[in-house]
Design a protein around this ligand. Structure first.
Ligand SMILES: *Cc1c(COP(=O)(O)O)cnc(C)c1O
Length: 455
């Protein structure tokens, strides 16, 4: 039976972000989950060390969330949001506006983070047309930014490895540098920040009249390798957007819903974006709901007689899905009763201390963390910061070793990702970090043996 399923998976599936040749060597099929662990079809258990790709909040099979879906099923599973609404989507809209930055008063639902970003891009573009400034058509995006995998989101993304192939399909966007302190010359975070802000200002000064909006991840560039922005950077970007009349689109898909120790990461800098995309944690990791927030000012630019053609012509079949909205509402209720955001903020310090243990390892170059969003950058040589060669696949090997030791996560190149569910206890965090430590040690030692051999 088990064997049969594995054969079927190899025969018919094509998995996202996966070289299927790798999958065929190490297939894994998850059957169930409980708390912060998942179990495969052979009964082996794993810590969900990356929250099932950065989603999970309260653990798996959370009683209240399961119940919210069952209760909603007794009423209806889905009806459309085109031209009408439904009960949970309406209640969820009110709740989301309540917990988001004050200037954001409108929400537009979709089904994934990439879509939420596409929607923000199209809204920004059409906003300027609707207010009679149609020369503002271009975007500024951040170096190494990631906003999802649809063509618009890829166009404002810049992760070389994922995006290079699709170059000819993309619309062009201006690229602004991002402060990557660990790999900057001076390693001085203020200097690094100010240089980047200065370059952004030079760009905006020349081009602002043709720029509709700027896109930026909030506080942490996730897919780029968990690169945490120095304090003052996001606020600095906000100030420049305001000064040059460019809309600011903040991507909170990874960072939103408590992940960094604030409900939304832009609160770290008191930033109020013009548009904000969120997803991932919104349903506690249960169902695909995403959301684009915007201001009353932008909303009003689309509000007119139908013949004026200012309508936002965009929508998806499953948008506003009742089961998803119902579980999102229950998720947000649990955020309050269980004080999730406060707990993550408090536990961040503990986690920082637990992680600092990894500094003693020969190949750990940098440990980056904001809340429960962490990346450990492995390097060939700590002193010179020389990276491991791409073909060594060091991150991948470490992740496979962790899997053997009972924990799941996916690397970003040479960066080991640690994104535990937000309810993880101190003990669980320690156990997971110990697994990481052992895996890094074992794999790097094996690599060193090979390395010496090479010479
Ligand atoms: C995951 C992610 C996305 C894309 O979300 P999907 O739901 O996978 O489409 C966009 N932006 C950021 C910052 C993300 O981490």
């Amino acid at each position: 039976m088990t064997h049969d399923l594995i054969e079927k998976s190899k025969k018919h599936l094509w998995l996202p972000f996966t070289q299927m040749k790798d999958y065929d060597l190490d297939p894994l099929i998850i059957e169930s989950g409980n708390g912060i662990k998942v179990k495969d079809i052979n009964g082996k258990e794993y810590f969900d060390g990356f929250s099932s790709v950065w989603l999970n909040v309260h653990g798996h099979r959370k009683k209240e969330l399961d119940q919210a879906i069952k209760d909603q099923l007794e009423k209806i599973a889905h009806s459309t949001l085109l031209g009408m609404t439904n009960v949970p989507a309406t209640k969820l809209a009110e709740k989301l506006v309540e917990i988001s930055p004050d200037n954001l008063t409108r929400v537009f639902f979709s089904d994934s983070g990439a879509e939420a970003m596409e929607i923000a891009l199209k809204m920004a573009f059409q906003y300027w047309k609707n207010v009679g400034k149609s020369q503002k058509q271009k975007f500024v995006s951040m170096q190494d930014g990631y906003h999802g995998d649809t063509i618009g989101a890829v166009s404002v993304g810049a992760v070389e490895l994922f995006h290079r192939v699709y170059g000819p399909l993309m619309f062009e966007s201006f690229k602004a540098p991002i402060p990557y302190v660990y790999r900057s010359k001076s390693e001085d975070s203020k200097q690094c920040r100010d240089e980047c802000l200065q370059k952004l200002e030079e760009l905006l000064k020349v081009h602002h009249e043709e720029i509709a909006a700027l896109t930026i991840e909030s506080m942490v560039q996730g897919a780029a390798g968990m690169i945490v922005m120095p304090s003052g950077f996001l606020a600095g970007v906000r100030a420049l957007c305001t000064k040059y009349d460019v809309l600011m689109i903040v991507d909170e898909v990874a960072t939103g819903f408590g992940r960094t120790g604030k409900m939304f990461a832009c609160e770290h800098e008191n930033v109020q974006p013009d548009l904000m995309a969120a997803g991932k944690g919104i349903t506690g990791g249960y169902l695909p709901i995403a959301v684009t927030f915007t201001t009353e000012q932008i909303y009003e630019a689309f509000y007119d007689d139908y013949e004026k053609l200012k309508t936002f012509f965009h929508g998806h079949s499953y948008t506003g899905n009742q089961l998803g909205c119902a579980v999102a509402l229950e998720n947000l209720r649990l955020f309050e009763t269980d004080e999730i955001v406060q707990t993550v903020e408090n536990k961040s310090e503990e986690l920082k201390e637990i992680l600092s243990d990894l500094h003693s390892l020969t190949h750990v170059g940098d440990i980056r963390q904001l809340g429960f969003m962490c990346g450990i950058e492995l390097v060939q040589d700590k002193l010179t910061k020389t990276p491991f060669l791409f073909k060594k696949r060091i991150g991948y090997k470490v992740s496979l070793k962790m899997r053997e030791l009972g924990m799941l996560t996916r690397p970003l190149g040479n960066v080991i990702v640690f994104m535990p569910p937000l309810v993880s206890t101190k003990d669980e965090l320690e156990t997971m970090v110990n697994i990481m430590k052992e895996a890094i040690e074992v794999v790097c030692q094996e690599e060193e043996a090979v390395f010496v051999h090479d010479i």
